[in-house]
Ligand binder design. Structure first.
Ligand SMILES: [Zn+2]
Length: 296
């Protein structure tokens, strides 16, 4: 390249750099356009048909599973991945255990509000999206909670003898999933969602399926230790957000209306990282918090 060309490029390189920075930031923000979410109408109803896709190239599982915390204290928001995902200690889960074990109802409520939330992420293809038809036929990441995972699990392990086990993630023997979203008692509810009968995706055309498979996103990053802060970092952040008293809360009702979970009292300690209990409010994912932050 001549020096004259080099000089000419110096302005455009700023634009390129800016664009790159924007792309990087985008991936970290709640507007990450790799993710699809059902669009809900004014009464919080939503409908779409999606197809769960197999493990992406080089990976073993068609989903990634991780935990995160999202809550507000007087020192701001705590929105972080929970290291119990990786089998490591978490300072927030620890203070939640302490609150829960006190047996005091008020403490238990605080612990519920700060509990770790379970997330799954899978690749999906949008079969039908009436609210956004431009998404149809495209591959996205989809983040969901225990309720939908239970439906997947039920399909793989049916309860009754007359039902055939299916692998919903299979291109050829899987099934489309009718996602039906409603709001029930203040919670986003997926109970009416169901699998259709089995069908090969894209009419089972291997060439087209291969193209689709190659466009799937890697899932490994969601459980990559690099995306989890250390115990010390998290403890510092927790102390900044909560102050010295883990019982102190902010009187901001927006943190409770949609996120506080329902009766978990049947389990000895839902904050013990060895238990898998999750609540009805599970599917209210951390994105809600990011949206709130963005609107502030
Ligand atoms: Zn935790």
């Amino acid at each position: 390249m001549s020096f004259a060309d080099f000089k000419k490029r110096s302005q455009s390189s700023i634009n390129e750099l800016t664009k790159k920075i924007e792309e990087t930031n985008k991936k970290e923000s709640y507007t990450d356009d790799r993710f699809w979410r059902p669009e809900l109408d004014k009464s919080s109803n939503g409908y779409a048909v999606i197809r769960f896709l197999p493990a992406p190239e080089g990976e073993d599982l068609p989903w990634a599973k991780y935990y995160s915390h999202g809550f507000q204290g007087k020192g701001g928001w705590f929105i972080e991945n929970c290291p119990t995902t990786l089998g490591q200690k978490c300072p927030v889960c620890e203070s939640n255990s302490e609150l829960w074990n006190s047996g005091v109802e008020k403490d238990k409520d605080i612990a519920r509000n700060r509990k770790r939330r379970l997330h799954y992420v899978s690749n999906i293809m949008i079969v039908s999206d009436p609210a956004n038809p431009q998404n149809e036929g495209k591959v996205f990441l989809y983040k969901f909670g225990k309720k939908i995972f239970d439906k997947i699990n039920d399909a793989m392990n049916p309860e009754f003898e007359d039902e055939d086990a299916i692998n919903p993630f299979d291109f050829w023997g899987g099934a489309n999933f009718k996602l039906k979203v409603r709001k029930v008692a203040g919670f986003i509810n997926y109970d009416k969602s169901e699998f259709e009968s089995t069908s090969a995706l894209l009419d089972g055309n291997d060439a087209n399926l291969e193209v689709l498979w190659k466009t799937q996103y890697a899932l490994a990053e969601f459980v990559d230790p690099a995306n989890f802060k250390s115990y010390t970092e998290l403890k510092t952040k927790r102390d900044t957000v909560l102050g010295n008293d883990i019982r102190e809360t902010v009187s901001d009702t927006t943190t409770t209306a949609e996120t506080v979970s329902e009766s978990e009292d049947s389990t000895p300690n839902p904050f013990d990282s060895t238990t898998e209990t999750e609540s009805k409010g599970e599917e209210t994912d951390a994105l809600t918090y990011f949206e709130k932050l963005a609107n502030e």
